[in-house]
Design a protein around this ligand. Structure first.
Ligand SMILES: Cc1ncc(C[n+]2csc(CCOP(=O)(O)OP(=O)(O)O)c2C)c(N)n1
Ligand SMILES: [Mg+2]
Length: 323
């Protein structure tokens, strides 16, 4: 399906934003400006952006421990995210959640999850609500290849089929769960084949190609919004950096990383739209400068901002009311 110039620019902006934002997260983390763990999504930008492209703020997503890209693709404010990751009081979650717990209900972002396999049951609950209220909205669960082996995921898949809810399960197969290859950890030869065994369609698509992901997601949305129940995608993707910031990746050979980087979704997108005469290099260069300025402003705001005041906020937000 042909996308308009504005849509193509939005997709490029979001992918480049994820790239720039996360490269900066790595740098700020190495400089001691980010407390705790952060898992970056570098390399996988086309998956999140392709999946979220046709979602509205009223549709829901549930994310993983590697969630920055999902948030940005869903339109979450990057300044609020940077402040949150830096544990500052004005962060999206008051500076108390950090990288692995960013949520923004106004954008339909139900939360990152430190619990591997956490998103699918949450998404099925959100999708069940949409079915009963007849809203026409969908709920998407992002899940890794490692997480695909979790019991929570199997239960959620089964329940989504039984209840015929508008849930879309997105399995981002980046080849590794922490340091373990999918071929060792997953007993079935294919995640998609195993998912189909639960009774729902599951497409396999190139997660390094925005257009392939977007096309597959378009079919998923048509299916789910049309009242036909859940749908799933397995997106074959590559993580450019380690499991966490600082992981030396001794378990990956240099040629494997080179091959992954050769599939970089951002220059791939640029080549495709420029060669087809859909956008010009100058359009994309302008987007890059704007994104870089926005990330720089977010970092400076984050560095200058105060942390939460324990006297005021130590005991607040312990139980969150979603009413
Ligand atoms: C229930 C649970 N088990 C184990 C962990 C530890 N853990 C954190 S991330 C991770 C690997 C997840 O791999 P995958 O689902 O492939 O996601 P990726 O890191 O590749 O994005 C594990 C085992 C956890 N956080 N939660
Ligand atoms: Mg993985």
């Amino acid at each position: 399906m042909q996308l308009s110039q504005d849509e193509l620019k939005r997709a490029y902006r979001r992918m480049y934003m994820i790239r720039t934002f996360e490269e900066r997260v790595v740098k700020e983390s190495e400089q001691g400006n980010i407390p705790g763990f952060a898992h970056v999504y570098l390399g996988q930008e086309a998956s999140a952006v392709g999946v979220c492209h046709d979602l509205t703020d009223e549709d829901y997503i549930g994310s993983t421990h590697r969630g920055h890209g999902h948030c940005i693709a869903k339109g979450v404010d990057v300044r609020g995210m940077m402040l949150e990751i830096m544990a500052k009081a004005d962060g999206l979650c008051g500076g108390k959640g950090g990288s692995m717990h960013i949520a923004d209900l106004k954008k339909g972002m139900l939360g990152a999850n430190a619990i591997v396999g956490g998103a699918p049951p949450i998404a099925v609950g959100a999708a069940l609500t949409q079915k009963y209220l007849k809203t026409g909205r969908v709920a998407v669960a992002f899940t890794g290849d490692g997480a695909s082996n979790q019991g929570t995921v199997f239960e959620a898949l089964n329940m989504a089929v039984v209840l015929k809810v508008p849930a879309i399960f997105v399995f981002e197969n980046n080849g590794y769960g922490e340091h373990t290859h999918v071929s060792y950890a997953c007993g079935a030869p294919s995640i998609a084949e195993r998912v189909r065994g639960f009774g729902l369609p599951c497409e396999v698509a190139d997660g390094m190609d925005f257009f392939a992901v977007h096309e597959a997601m378009r079919r998923a949305l048509e299916h789910a919004r049309g009242g036909n129940g859940p749908y799933a995608l397995e997106l074959i993707s590559h993580r450019f950096l380690g499991h966490f910031i600082g992981d030396p990746q001794a378990y990956r050979l240099p040629h494997e990383l080179e091959a992954a980087r050769a599939q970089d979704p951002i220059p791939k997108f640029r080549r495709r739209v420029v060669d087809a005469g859909l956008l010009q290099d100058a359009d994309l260069d302008l987007i890059e400068r704007e994104v870089e300025a926005e990330v720089e402003a977010a970092v400076q705001a984050g560095l200058a901002a105060p942390p939460p005041d324990p006297a005021k906020s130590l005991t607040t937000d312990v139980y969150k009311t979603y009413a």
